[in-house]
Write a protein that binds this ligand. Structure first.
Ligand SMILES: N[C@@H](CCC(=O)N[C@@H](CS)C(=O)NCC(=O)O)C(=O)O
Length: 419
């Protein structure tokens, strides 16, 4: 008689049991019509797992929850031993890797992925911490796998099944090649095992994620409130909520008239920024001849200035999607300058550390003070005013506007535009 597993067939934690069942020859059947969020809220389900989480296995001796425990039960069902070791130390090592991959890999993959599904708020500091922790764990796993085909002994054990299932979500959803290539032994291990027939039957044919899903906009942190630029390390911290003001104080505050932006007081310019932005967006072919030429025809060197920026901490850009997020966050925070600026940000290189360089067009002859004050990213870059009488610098401007590749000898990982 089959054991009933309550889960959907795409539940990553159920995979552990289903693969273990393939190895141990146990019949496991998914509960019919199981619906996540409905079936696991019923009183019958809550009797099996009081916190309503999935999966749950019905066994002849009663229900069992927690996916690692369920997989262990199924792996050893009817005295089946192949997924364990005969030595106490190796059985402890199997447990060691199960705990390691659950706490150090799965937990961090989930922290990185949930905000991208819109199921958790996106906090850059949390992402960076989870990312470093995941890299540390994958580094350790990579070192172990440099001289071991399997985690313990010379054949698949329960440790491999659980570790592969814990890596599965990352590899298939957001750990793109530029991230995993730092861990070649983990890559080899993952692709070898997922293509073993017993894994393949459950997981199907897998494909590595080609892109990191973007953060849904509602989950992105709102603009920082402080108006002073912050030192870099401080900038990385999560903003603390402001203490609530007493009610009377809120009521007494009369709305103040908005001061005019000093850039609105500059002499009028012949260059209409929106015209340039429209030309940039609408030019789909012959970019050099149409958009770049149009840019220089419109450019007003008295009313506007061009600036190159260079990220000061490129050696920290070791993870592609974290680097892309940093740049994305910068552009989001520049929203306040939309009327007065146009920008291109290039993420350069095919391998980490990635370089971040940009080109900005600002109204006026200086980088606007309100941008320096409000957007803390500004001080993470070195800024150099473009000398447009220098043809080399002018050509660099052109290449940045048109996403020219190779840029300074390297491919572009991404090019983002602020317009
Ligand atoms: N440590 C648990 C985690 C179970 C878990 O988080 N399950 C998710 C689905 S993958 C769930 O049931 N979520 C619903 C909820 O949190 O109410 C296990 O490995 O079984």
């Amino acid at each position: 008689m089959a054991l009933i597993l309550h889960a959907t067939k795409t539940n990553k934690n159920a995979f552990k049991t289903l693969i273990a069942a393939e190895y141990s020859g146990v019949q496991v059947q998914l509960a019919t019509n199981f619906e996540m969020g409905v079936s696991n809220k019923t009183p019958e389900f809550l009797k099996m797992n009081p916190i309503g989480k999935v999966p749950v296995l019905e066994t002849p001796e009663g229900p069992l929850f927690e996916s690692n425990a369920i997989a262990r039960y199924v792996a050893g069902f009817n005295g089946h031993k192949a997924l364990f070791s005969s030595s106490a130390i190796d059985n402890a090592r199997i447990d060691q890797w199960i705990d390691f991959s659950s706490m150090e890999i799965d937990a961090n993959i989930i922290k990185l992925y949930l905000p991208r599904l819109g199921f958790a708020p996106y906090l850059p500091a949390v992402e960076e911490a989870a990312n470093s922790a995941l890299k540390r764990a994958l580094g350790a796993l990579n070192t172990h796998l440099a001289s071991n085909t399997y985690l313990v002994g010379h054949s698949v054990t329960l440790a491999d099944i659980i570790t592969i299932c814990n890596l599965h979500l990352g590899f298939t959803q957001f750990l793109v090649k530029s991230f995993t290539l730092e861990f070649p032994h983990v890559e080899r291990y993952f692709w070898t095992l997922v293509n073993q027939p017993n894994f393949r039957k459950v997981l199907g044919q897998l494909k590595q994620a080609e892109a990191v899903p973007p953060i849904p906009s509602a989950k992105k942190p709102s603009q920082p409130k402080e108006s002073k630029s912050k030192p870099k390390d401080e900038a990385k911290k999560v903003a603390k909520p402001e203490p609530e003001k007493p009610k009377e104080e809120i009521e007494e505050e009369a709305p103040k008239p908005k001061p005019k932006n000093p850039l609105d007081l500059l002499p009028p310019s012949k260059m209409i920024l929106d015209d340039w932005k429209r030309l940039y967006s609408n030019t789909k072919a012959n970019f050099r001849e149409i958009a770049i030429k149009g840019f220089w025809d419109m450019y007003d060197s008295e009313g506007y200035s061009l600036w190159f920026c260079d990220y000061k901490y490129n050696d920290e850009n070791s993870v592609s999607f974290v680097t892309l997020n940093k740049v994305g966050g910068f552009l989001q925070r520049m929203d306040l300058a939309r009327k007065y600026a146009f920008g291109k940000m290039l993420v350069i290189g095919s391998q980490p550390p990635f370089k971040v360089k940009g080109l900005w067009l600002f109204r006026g002859q200086e980088i606007p003070q309100f941008v320096i004050d409000e957007c803390y990213d500004m001080e993470l870059y070195d800024w150099t005013k473009v000398d447009i009488s220098d043809e080399t610098q002018k050509e660099r401007v052109n290449q940045m506007i048109e996403d020219y590749e190779p840029f300074e000898g390297e491919p572009l990982l991404d090019a983002k535009c602020f317009k």
